[in-house]
Design a protein around this ligand. Structure first.
Ligand SMILES: Cc1cc2nc3c(=O)[nH]c(=O)nc-3n(C[C@H](O)[C@H](O)[C@H](O)COP(=O)(O)OP(=O)(O)OC[C@H]3O[C@@H](n4cnc5c(N)ncnc54)[C@H](O)[C@@H]3O)c2cc1C
Length: 461
């Protein structure tokens, strides 16, 4: 039987990053991944002769080369990756759009500040206070994780539209909570959007994933693909290893899991300890259109548009298959790149109900994908271009796709509403990393893998 210092469950961003960190310190480490591709929620696939990213809209937390003390710089330093290896292209700009409001932002915070000033002159004192507080906050060790951003924002603003406009992008890019987002997560995201900004690795997510995977393997880490963990083994409150889908057992001093809190508890046979309010339900559909034209040629120049087709923003799993009233439109063409993309691409994302999609099969499922994409576009085209006259290919995924390929219950992209910032579980030596540890997005998940490896697997030695 093989014994490891550390077993890592999942070859997503957090698992690969934790693996690099541990292999750097000569640990005997293995990453176990059930899928045949690495990347998890931010992977890639081929269809119709083209390669698609699964989840990449924007790499948040952009920092220029040489910037100090920012999340991206910390990540590069810890993984010993050079900034130029990521080949990041900055966004042109992005937008928050409501029926009577457009707020542009770019990687220069002054643009967002002037847009807020022009649209909400009476709110500028509150905005200056918010910006100062967000800059000063110690968001990574919050004293209270139960505070919601909606109530906090009401302390700064009395114009509800500005509150909704700030909630819209933050919820879409990170909230596991219905109709709100944890305040400390809002603070982290606000910085990552507005103080830092958006970029895209040239070539999409695959080159970045390949870089992480290569680095891990070169350091001597072991990666087992199509190797699912069926059970996490523990005795007397202490983890001892895992049993794989094929029945084989591996032992280890510790296990770090990116499967999600509820899913990890289930693997450990402890799901009866999970409360209902710890189960996530926020999921999405996305339709990707490949076009014979560039969006910018039709006036669609934003990298990302967060739109809400009403004055108030509702963020919860809809009763219907999707909620078309709000969404995200993303164009990878609208990032700087040495070589422009060969085709135009637009991605449309909407809130979706996992259980409704899960009840569909075969032709009904395929028909629903087509119909729901059209329903989504009926609203989204008020805020961005209509891709259909230029369509050469399309592909859609639903919450069931997310569940099938990443194992996250109900396709809950942002996992459990209750995060565990110390990564602790009820079992000694079994720790969480990634989304359910409380770090968001690609950079957040990578930093989570690094910090959980540092804290639980390196300091302990
Ligand atoms: C549609 C979409 C759009 C997104 N857009 C962006 C974006 O633009 N920018 C951004 O920064 N972030 C974005 N994200 C979020 C980002 O992808 C995630 O936050 C991040 O990838 C999470 O990484 P992770 O390591 O925590 O978990 P995951 O990626 O979920 O990795 C977990 C891995 O564990 C594996 N696994 C689970 N159970 C088992 C088991 N029992 N045995 C073996 N393996 C197992 C899974 O297969 C998976 O590969 C998006 C996500 C989605 C779905």
């Amino acid at each position: 039987m093989s014994h490891y210092d550390t077993i890592l469950i999942g070859a997503g961003m957090s698992g690969l990053a934790a693996g690099i960190r541990l292999a750097q310190f000569d640990q005997r480490v293995v990453v176990l991944e059930r899928h045949y591709l690495w990347g998890g929620l931010n992977s890639f696939y081929k269809r119709g002769g083209r390669r698609f990213d699964v989840g990449l809209h924007a790499l948040t937390n952009y920092a220029p080369k040489g910037a100090k003390g920012l999340p991206l710089s910390r990540m590069l330093r810890q993984l010993r990756i050079r900034h130029e290896d990521l080949r990041l292209g900055e966004q042109r700009f992005s937008e928050i759009a409501f029926p009577d409001l457009r707020l542009k932002f770019s990687n220069d915070f002054a643009l967002f500040e002037s847009e807020v000033h022009a649209a909400f002159p009476s709110q500028m004192d509150g905005f200056a206070r918010l910006v100062a507080d967000v800059r000063a906050a110690d968001a990574f060790t919050p004293d209270d994780t139960s505070r919601g951003a909606r109530a906090e924002l009401a302390r700064y603003f009395d114009d509800p539209l500005l509150i909704e406009a700030l909630m819209l992008p933050m919820c879409y890019y990170g909230s596991a909570r219905a109709d709100d987002i944890d305040w400390y997560q809002f603070v982290i995201l606000f910085r990552s959007f507005f103080f830092e900004g958006f970029a895209r690795p040239e070539g999409g997510i695959q080159p970045m994933l390949d870089l992480l995977r290569r680095r891990y393997l070169d350091l001597g880490g072991e990666l087992r693909m199509q190797c699912g963990v069926q059970e996490i083994l523990h005795a007397n409150g202490r983890v001892s290893g895992v049993r794989l889908d094929d029945g084989a057992e591996l032992t280890a001093d510790r296990v770090l899991s990116s499967a999600g809190y509820v899913e990890t508890m289930r693997l450990a046979g402890l799901e009866d300890r999970v409360r209902d309010d710890e189960r996530g339900s926020m999921s999405f559909t996305e339709t990707i259109f490949v076009m014979d034209t560039e969006p910018a040629r039709h006036g669609h120049e934003a990298a990302v548009i967060f739109f809400n087709d009403a004055p108030d923003f509702r963020y919860r799993a809809p009763d219907d298959l999707i909620d078309a009233r709000s969404g995200v439109i993303c164009s990878p063409n609208n990032y700087a790149a040495e070589a422009p993309l060969p085709e135009g691409i637009l991605r449309y994302t909407n809130l979706a109900n996992h259980d409704r999609w899960n009840a569909l099969a075969g032709d009904d499922y395929d028909r629903a994908k087509r119909e729901q994409a059209d329903a989504a576009l009926a609203v989204a085209t008020r805020y961005g271009m209509d891709p259909r006259p230029h369509e050469v290919f399309r592909d859609s995924f639903s919450p069931t796709t997310v569940r099938r390929f990443t194992g996250h219950d109900r396709g809950a992209v942002y996992g459990s509403p209750k995060k565990r910032l110390d990564g602790a579980t009820d079992v000694d030596g079994l720790h969480l990393m990634g989304t359910d540890q409380g770090m968001l997005g690609v950079i957040g998940a990578i930093l989570s893998g690094i910090s959980m490896a540092n804290r639980h697997a390196l300091v302990a030695r």
